[in-house]
Design a binder for this molecule. Structure first.
Ligand code: ZN
Length: 98
């Protein structure tokens, strides 16, 4: 991956060297594949950690709305909370619309 001179242009008092860097197609292909995958994984991990942090603080994992007043469903985005899902799964008499 060393640059090599492509051209040497010279004139009165001016000398210009043009260099070219080359990369194997395998390296370019790996960069094209792994960089977007790494960015997508980073975004996914960030969203998961943010949702876990919000849930631990009693906030809606999706939008961050305070769920103290409505423990079964978020009033901002309408997402059923884990308490509502657990109640629905454990006690079929409670019907929670989704
Ligand atoms: Zn919400």
């Amino acid at each position: 991956m060393m640059p090599f001179p492509l051209a040497c242009l010279s004139g009165p008092g001016v000398r210009l060297l043009l260099f070219v860097w080359s990369l194997p197609f395998l390296v370019i292909g790996a960069l094209v594949i792994f960089i977007p995958v790494g960015v997508a994984r980073g975004v996914h991990d960030h969203r998961r950690l943010r949702a876990e942090s919000r849930a631990a603080r009693g906030l809606c994992p999706r939008c961050g709305y305070d769920l103290r007043a409505s423990p079964l469903r978020c009033l901002e985005c309408g997402r059923a909370t884990s308490a509502a899902r657990a109640a629905r799964d454990d006690w079929p008499a409670i019907v929670v619309d989704e």
